[in-house]
Design a protein around this ligand. Structure first.
Ligand code: FES
Length: 576
């Protein structure tokens, strides 16, 4: 692995690890606050465990290494980043909240652990609450706001971390609930314990015991606090100044490298300083719609592009993290992540996924996206005699009618819980039961057929002035094993199914013409869907020979589809 790639990998892992340590620290701190709902004593008992963990030497090393490393890495990232265009709102929120934490937290750390370690102050919750809740309520308010800020920053970090993992969909509702509930309970605990301290302070013996246990060193504590808080702020300002200087220097160096042009398929061009922007940032700068599900963090692969042109040869090779993502989507040579690549020369960009693509499609993190065999229901629908119907019509009228039809059919499939696979000419292919299983898939496919019939009635009514004759439809449904997965290329990538069951469903749709019927379903669909799904239609059982099949297949034929919500019972007649 190249040194640069190794560095990038270490950088992102360290940032994540340090962030998780700080988030864990904060979560345990908040949990400790919630004990205040019970009592001040419970809060201090919890604090004993909290301090046992975080004030042990391993806990201390872990916590303070993370507390120093995490902001320094953020500062480093700010230094090397050309600019912040193209960041999603979550990224901005995380950044803004994170920037607020160090200046707000420093005096709390020095006033508690700092005084404890340096001067032996017994920093119990009673001590903290007397200072924050009783003597300086504005400080208390600020500390509670700080907790919300730090918690929000951490939650956005966890969100970005889990967002693209398969596990995140399952745990997200719990995490979201915990993210809201914990700070609320912690605030309640803080206020409740604060009230308890107020009451306790009215008892002289409690105050006596408190003073005796506090081990307050007098003015030395104030000197210590002032000196160290000042030092901490000076350090922060110094680091910021250094960062600012570094950014100016980096910008000057980039300017010396010259101007590059990034060209897009629709003819738009971006011109900017060489190496100053990633391709994704260039897209954002000119308003070119470009997929970026992870917000440009190099994790989702949705921004991937094929680059060509003179500058394509001068690009630095993908680092380990980018290569890992590219390998995961089996990207062909020449494909790069737009959010990671910074052109040093003129390049032409071809985004490989549509702008609205979801991470599921890009990363293939559903169990079937990469291809799996499933027993599903497949529906084919076709307009009857549309070629004849369109004769003598203006192309515009044909397109208008077809689009109305596609919209109605698409909504029917969606409404029944199916996945619209594709429109083929004036036909429709849809899949049902990919996640729910074949029985539910068959029920949904029949429901879709009813919805299509109902939609067609409405469509015929709406278009009666435009059409010489009514639109008619033929639908075939079959259930069987099919290979389901994301197939296609570039922007034509989509979820589809292939296999013998798909061909059979298509042939059943063709068979509707032979039967002069609106709907033909295989016997398996009828068996799986059950009587309720078949209700309201008159079915004829038949045995048909389908092209490419050595044996006849049992089917049920409905001359007329009962539109959705019509009918109560099914009648099935057999012919031999
Ligand atoms: S935007 Fe997600 S990898 Fe580039």
């Amino acid at each position: 692995m190249a040194a640069g790639a190794r560095f990038e990998e270490i950088y992102s892992r360290t940032k994540l690890a340090s962030g998780l340590v700080l988030f864990t620290f904060l979560a345990t701190h908040l949990i400790n606050h919630t004990f205040g709902i019970v009592s001040l004593q419970a809060m201090d008992a919890g604090s004993g465990v909290f301090k046992f963990i975080w004030r042990s030497w391993p806990g201390t090393v872990l916590l303070y290494t993370a507390a120093i490393t995490h902001p320094l890495l953020a500062l480093f990232n700010w230094l090397r980043r050309g600019h912040y265009r193209g960041i999603q709102w979550q990224g901005w929120m995380q950044l803004a909240l994170g920037v607020c934490v160090p200046p707000l937290v420093v005096d709390h750390v020095i006033g508690t652990r700092g005084l404890h370690e340096a001067l032996g102050v017994n920093d119990t919750y009673a001590y903290v609450l007397i200072v924050q809740f009783v003597q300086e309520p504005l400080i208390g308010l600020r500390q509670n706001i700080l907790i919300l800020i730090a918690w929000g920053h951490g939650c956005f970090g966890v969100y970005y971390w889990l967002r693209l993992k398969a596990v995140s969909e399952r745990v997200w509702p719990f995490l979201f609930g915990a993210a809201l509930l914990l700070p609320m309970l912690a605030t309640m605990g803080y206020l409740s314990a604060g009230r308890a301290v107020l009451l306790a302070m009215q008892q002289p013996e409690w105050m006596e015991a408190f003073r005796a246990s506090l081990n307050w060193p007098g003015p030395a504590a104030n000197d210590f606090g002032m000196r160290n808080v000042g030092l901490a702020y000076q350090t922060m300002i110094g680091l910021l100044g250094l960062g600012l200087f570094g950014r100016l220097l980096a910008a000057a160096l980039r300017r010396r490298r010259g101007i590059v042009t990034v060209s897009y398929p629709d003819g738009r061009k971006f011109r900017g300083l060489a190496g100053s922007l990633t391709v994704l940032e260039a897209s954002r700068a000119i308003g070119y719609p470009h997929a970026s599900v992870c917000g440009g963090q190099g994790r989702c692969s949705t921004c991937r592009v094929r680059l060509s042109g003179a500058g394509a040869a001068d690009l630095s090779p993908p680092d380990a993290a980018e290569q890992k993502v590219l390998d995961r989507v089996k990207a062909s040579p020449g494909v790069r992540l737009a959010c990671q690549v910074r052109p040093q020369g003129d390049v032409a960009v071809l985004p490989l996924l549509p702008a609205g693509v979801q991470s599921r499609i890009a990363y293939g993190n559903t169990s079937y996206a990469q291809g799996s065999e499933r027993r599903i229901a497949i529906l084919f629908a076709d307009l009857r005699g549309f070629t004849k119907l369109s004769e003598g019509k203006l192309p515009y009228d044909v397109v208008f009618v077809l689009n109305q039809y596609f919209k109605a059919m698409g909504e029917a499939v969606d409404g029944a819980g199916g996945k619209l696979d594709k429109f083929i000419g004036d036909g429709v292919m849809a899949l049902f039961g990919i996640d729910e299983g074949p029985d539910e898939g068959c029920r949904r496919a029949l429901d879709a057929a009813r919805r299509m019939a109902a939609a067609l009635v409405q469509l015929n009514d709406a278009l009666k002035m435009d059409l010489d004759q009514k639109l008619r439809i033929g639908i075939g449904i079959h259930c069987g094993p099919a290979i389901v997965g994301e197939m296609g290329h570039g922007s034509a990538m989509h979820l589809t199914a292939v296999g013998d069951a798909v061909n059979t469903a298509s042939r059943l749709e063709t068979a509707t013409k032979d039967f002069g019927a609106e709907l033909v379903i295989s016997a398996e669909v009828a068996d799986r869907a059950g009587a309720a799904a078949m209700a309201g239609m008159s079915w004829q059982r038949e045995s048909v020979a389908l092209r490419g099949k050595s044996e006849n297949i049992e089917v049920l034929v409905a001359g007329h589809i009962a539109p959705a919500e019509a009918g109560m019972s099914a009648t099935v007649a057999a012919t031999s």
